[in-house]
Design a protein around this ligand. Structure first.
Ligand code: PRT
Ligand code: ZN
Length: 212
């Protein structure tokens, strides 16, 4: 029997809220989930636990039918998937941050600087839209230390409370994307799975309505 294959972040900032939302939709995920794949209770679905960065590709390739993932990751990976619902948790901003004391008058003054980021695609798009050129230095983690070790003049990274920037003597200069968790779907889902997705979406929307 066909089940709806749902990709969820294995362990990270979106894991708990994603599973909680599924639970609120009446879809129980058995505990003790150190497995890659687990069948749900009361709904024809199985959960695939993945790294968030891999979710768009798995959904594009049809290994999973849908996925819970940050919009920032969806835009950066730029795969063939569709955002079917915004979920309201995992809110953050992708921002350009500068060392304290550096105060460019306007964004044009950023032209030519070196920016460290894990989001080169989104950053490049923003620079292009603003007719700016910068030297993008892609790094995969601990972006906030790049200015201090002389690797870059600025960073472009996710911010939520701002405390990481603060403790690294950086400040948020310009927000280039506001992000939250979204539900994405692949483009070629079978009839049965599309019907299951419709049911899930109906429940997600009811849960959201009850909250606000
Ligand atoms: O292992 P895996 O690859 O799955 O996880 P990950 O480490 O890549 O991702 P994870 O769990 O850190 O984040 C998952 C998603 O949560 C992100 O893609 C965002 O959509 C969302 N999110 C929301 C955040 C934040 N808030 C956030 N603050 N992701 C990361 N951060 C980091 C940020 O990179 C920086 O290092 O937190 C730090 C800043 O936080 P503040 O509160 O100090 O400003
Ligand atoms: Zn990741």
């Amino acid at each position: 029997m066909e089940k709806l294959r749902i990709a969820v972040q294995k362990s990270g900032r979106l894991s708990e809220d994603s599973l909680k939302l599924l639970k609120e939709c009446g879809i129980g995920v058995p505990a003790g989930n150190n497995q890659l794949k687990i069948s749900t209770e009361n709904f024809d679905a199985e959960i695939l636990f993945l790294r968030d960065d891999d979710i768009p590709e798995y959904v594009q390739d049809g290994v999973a039918d849908i996925g819970f993932v940050g919009e920032n990751v969806v835009l950066e990976k730029n795969k063939e998937t569709e955002i079917v619902e915004r979920l309201g948790y995992g809110k953050c901003r992708l921002s350009i941050a500068l060392p304290k004391g550096k105060k460019p008058k306007n964004i044009q003054a950023l032209d030519g600087i070196k920016i460290a980021t894990s989001y080169p695609i989104i950053l490049q798009g923003w620079l292009k839209k603003n007719k700016l050129k910068a030297d993008i230095h892609e790094i995969s983690g601990s972006v906030e230390i790049a200015p201090r070790i002389g690797l870059a003049d600025a960073i472009c990274d996710l911010v939520s409370s701002g405390s990481t920037l603060f403790s690294n003597e950086l400040y948020e200069y310009e927000t280039i994307l506001k992000s939250e968790a979204v539900l994405i779907s692949g483009k070629n889902i079978s009839k049965k799975r599309t019907a299951l997705l419709e049911q899930l979406l109906f429940r997600i929307r009811s849960v959201k309505k009850a909250k606000y």
